[in-house]
Every structure is written in C-alpha cells, then in structure tokens.
Design a protein around this ligand. Structure first.
Ligand SMILES: *[C@@H]1O[C@H](CO)[C@@H](O)[C@H](O)[C@H]1NC(C)=O
Ligand SMILES: *[C@@H]1O[C@H](CO)[C@@H](O)[C@H](O)[C@H]1NC(C)=O
Ligand SMILES: *[C@@H]1O[C@H](CO)[C@@H](O)[C@H](O)[C@H]1NC(C)=O
Ligand SMILES: *[C@@H]1O[C@H](CO)[C@@H](O)[C@H](O)[C@H]1NC(C)=O
Length: 434
C-alpha cells in the first residue's frame, strides 16, 4: 500500500495509522520520496538517527523525548495494583502470580488479554500528539519461551503481543528502545524483573548464556521483522546490582565485575555477530545500551574493545537524591543537574515524584492548585537539563492504573493535571531556570 503524503513530516504519521498486519511492508512516501518505514532511506534523509551522537545543545528536537511502557510486559503492582488483583493474585511479581494461579491456561489468557489491551494504537497517537518521539519497552526474558526452564513460572504467548505493540509504535513513527528488563535468574531482588528471587541468579554462565540467546533472538527480530524497523537500541540489562549496595547484595562487587568483564563484551559480540551473519550494513546496526557508570555498577566500557554505537542509560529519580525538601531546592537541583557520565547518555527513567515523606503533604500534593506551577517548572527544568547534558529522556511511565492515582508517575495524567505541558517545546518558555 502506498500513501503519498505531501509536505508531511514524521508528526503526520499518526494520521496514516491503519491496522497493521504482521509481515506487511508499510510504506509512506514523503514529498521528496523518503520512505518513512525504510530504515536506510530514513538514515539517508537524516530522519532516523540511530546514533544520537552529540549534536547541538539546548532545545534539541533531535533529542529523544520518550515514555516508558511500564507495567505492559512486566507488570509492576505498585504502578497498577488492579491488574493482578483482577486475576485473583495477591502477589506482587509475575512469577509468583502465575505460580499461585496454578493454572497455565488461565495465566496465559489473563496476561494475553492485558498485553492486548493495556496499550493500544490510540496511546501511540496520543504520544505523537504530545510531541513524544520515542518509547522504551521493558521486556522479560520469558518472551523467548525456549529459554524458560520448567521450574520458572511465566505466562506464555507474549511474543506476538510484543510484535503488535512495536508495530504500532512504528506506525506512529516512534523510535523504539527494547530493554531486557527482566533478565534470566533476575539481576536484582525486585518485582520489576518479573520475579522476587531472594538471591539474584543472573550473574553466572548459565544465565548469561540464556541472555545471549535472548539478545540474538531480539537482534534477529529487529533486522528481519518489518514491525521492528524503528527499533534502534537494545539495552542488554536494566538496573543490575550496584557495587556499593553490599548490604542488600553481599556479592555485588563480584557480580558487577563479572557482568562488566564477561557479560557486557559477550552480549556485545553476540549482537554484532548476529548482525554480521544477517549482512546488516554498519549504518543500520543497533545501538547497544548499558547502564551509565553513574548507576553504580562500574564503568561499562572497562572491558569493551569497540564502542561504536554504544549508548548509556542513566536513571535519575530526584526523589532519592537527598535534595533539601523545598521547592526551590528541587528546582535548583534539576536546573543544575548534569548527567554526563558515559557518552552518549540518555535519561532513560525519571519522574516527577518527590521524597516519600513529603509527597502527599499540602506543600507538595500535586492536586493542590498552588503546587501545579512548581511541578510544571520542575518538569521543564528536568527536560532542559536532560536535553542539554544528555541526549534526551524517557519518562517513567506512560500509564498507571488502580489506586496509585499519582500524576507524578503517569505522563498522561500529568498532562491532564497541568503538571506537564502538552507541547514539550514549552519547557523552554516557562523561565524555570532563569
Ligand atoms: C530502502 O531504501 C534504500 C535506500 O534508499 C533502497 O535501496 C531500498 O531498496 C529500500 N527498501 C525497500 C524495501 O523499499
Ligand atoms: C484453568 O483455567 C481455565 C480457564 O480459566 C479453566 O477453564 C479451567 O477449568 C481451569 N482448570 C482448572 C484445573 O482449574
Ligand atoms: C551455553 O549455551 C550453549 C548453547 O545452547 C551450550 O552449548 C553451552 O554449554 C552453554 N554454556 C553454559 C555455561 O551453560
Ligand atoms: C542552579 O540553577 C539556578 C537556576 O538556573 C541558578 O540560579 C543557580 O546559580 C545554579 N546554582 C549552581 C550551584 O550552579
């Protein structure tokens, strides 16, 4: 199917969104003949920058401006406590929920209906209308079912829903980051890995090996499945153990060392070797994303011999930064926040949430009218800093549900509540840091 879209740039793509069928080659031609769904012609036209190398500073429309799809493929109960409850689970991790359901058929059908409905094409249309250009999609290793052990309990059938969602993002013209958020064995003890493994098992050969298999599968998918042509980055593991956190993880130093020394270089070569075997041109290779050294697992570059198309993920939750509990201090912190650690770096997770002890007090409650101007300025300050000292940002998260009801974690709710401007460029006009 051909559309001739005259004088139309990427933002118009939403208008052309139709039901997308797996395997169908979509083509939208711009006035000058650029096929928006063709990775190499987008590259030639400079419209899809997979490299995101340092460009201009300041109001940089080439920066990543994105949202995470939290709770879609890895449900986080604190973000959406209606989902597990609706299925009769009292647990907080997917693994525990599927175990307690003790009925794989029911688990599969419950999760599949969630994967099919939590995010729809309308969400992507709305993202584009807000000026967002990117989605980061947290995914668990269990989406590749051949690497799941029989003792591991996860819902099945996810792959086709991932394909569907990635295809919708592409149809809307969004750049996509795929993030291995739930690694085999679990990289930390947190339900955001899909399981609450008391002692994270990721850091051994068996689980590294399963991760390589997953990365190879995903790399193949990105380069051979037409839905994935706007996927430009693959993050090889989200938020691993930090070397300073030995009270939670006694082996944190050894685990982080082993990850940098063994997992990172092998994950890297696994992706590149797969791309070579597929004959992928060098300008179409994936950017490979690792947590920035500021995360606390050491310098990811330490044992890498090739850094071409490396990208770094920096998570900046100011609520945990120990900032003095005044609105002025929060603003000043974010206005002066420099995120350069490794380069190029992206602030892949951040929010508008403030310290736990103050967040619902009258001076900080986001539903109190008098506080809204502060939140909008603080949003603007974060946007400007992350576009100036990093290559852009991805807000955590696009959607929440259940009783959380907190716009500081929910982009759409924050726009509706007036904490985030519906036009991101307005971040530069609010005088937040002047
Ligand atoms: C994509 O664009 C490149 C460069 O313009 C062109 O050589 C190639 O044939 C196009 N591929 C498709 C499937 O249209
Ligand atoms: C498992 O769940 C399915 C679908 O909800 C249901 O039809 C079936 O009876 C359940 N099996 C058992 C053993 O409870
Ligand atoms: C890794 O996987 C490969 C292929 O599946 C297998 O041959 C090898 O023994 C595995 N290594 C470890 C340490 O599990
Ligand atoms: C922080 O940012 C504010 C607003 O831009 C500015 O007035 C202040 O001087 C900065 N403070 C530091 C320590 O750089």
């Amino acid at each position: 199917m051909h559309f001739n879209v005259y004088a139309c740039i990427v933002g118009c793509l939403a208008l052309g969104s139709h039901a997308w069928l797996p395997g169908e080659h979509r083509q939208i031609l711009s006035k000058d003949g650029v096929d928006f769904f063709n990775r190499s012609s987008l590259h030639q036209a400079g419209l899809l920058k997979k490299r995101y190398l340092p460009t201009s500073y300041g109001n940089d429309k080439n920066a990543i401006r994105g949202v995470n799809l939290g709770s879609l493929f890895i449900i986080e109960n604190w973000l959406s406590n209606d989902i597990f409850a609706g299925w009769g689970c009292t647990d907080t991790s997917e693994f525990d929920c599927v175990s307690s359901l003790n009925n794989q058929t029911k688990a599969n059908s419950d999760f599949q209906s969630h994967w099919n409905s939590w995010i729809t094409q309308d969400d992507f249309t709305k993202m584009v209308s807000y000026g967002l250009n990117t989605v980061r999609i947290p995914v668990g290793y269990w989406f590749l079912e051949s690497i799941v052990d029989s003792s591991e309990h996860f819902a099945q059938g996810g792959e086709q829903y991932l394909d569907q969602v990635v295809g919708w993002a592409k149809d809307a013209g969004l750049y996509v980051i795929i993030d291995l958020h739930g690694a085999p064995g679990a990289q930390v003890t947190d339900a955001d890995t899909g399981q609450l493994n008391p002692s994270p098992g990721f850091y051994d050969d068996y689980n590294y090996n399963r991760s390589y298999t997953w990365l190879e599968w995903m790399t193949n998918k990105v380069h051979t499945n037409d839905a994935y042509t706007t996927v430009g980055m693959l993050e090889i593991v989200n938020e691993p153990e930090r070397t300073w956190d030995t009270s939670t993880y006694p082996s944190a130093v050894a685990n982080a060392d082993s990850m940098r020394e063994t997992y990172y270089p092998t994950a890297w070569s696994t992706i590149r070797n797969k791309e070579s075997s597929l004959g992928v041109a060098s300008d179409s290779q994936l950017s490979i994303m690792m947590m920035d050294k500021r995360w606390g697992s050491g310098d990811p570059d330490q044992y890498l011999t090739d850094l071409t198309l490396a990208a770094y993920d920096d998570h900046e939750y100011v609520k945990y930064a120990g900032v003095a509990e005044t609105q002025d201090a929060y603003l000043s912190y974010s206005c002066n926040d420099s995120r350069s650690g490794n380069w190029p770096v992206f602030v892949g997770e951040w929010s508008l949430s403030v310290a736990d002890d103050i967040q619902w007090t009258s001076g900080w409650d986001p539903t109190v009218e008098a506080n809204k101007a502060f939140y909008k300025k603080w949003w603007a300050a974060q946007v400007m800093s992350y576009e100036k000292t990093a290559q852009g940002w991805v807000f955590w998260t696009w959607k929440t549900s259940g009783s959380l009801n907190d716009p500081r974690w929910d982009y759409q709710m924050a726009v509706t509540a007036g904490l985030i401007d519906a036009d991101i460029d307005n971040a530069y006009t609010l005088g937040a840091c002047s």
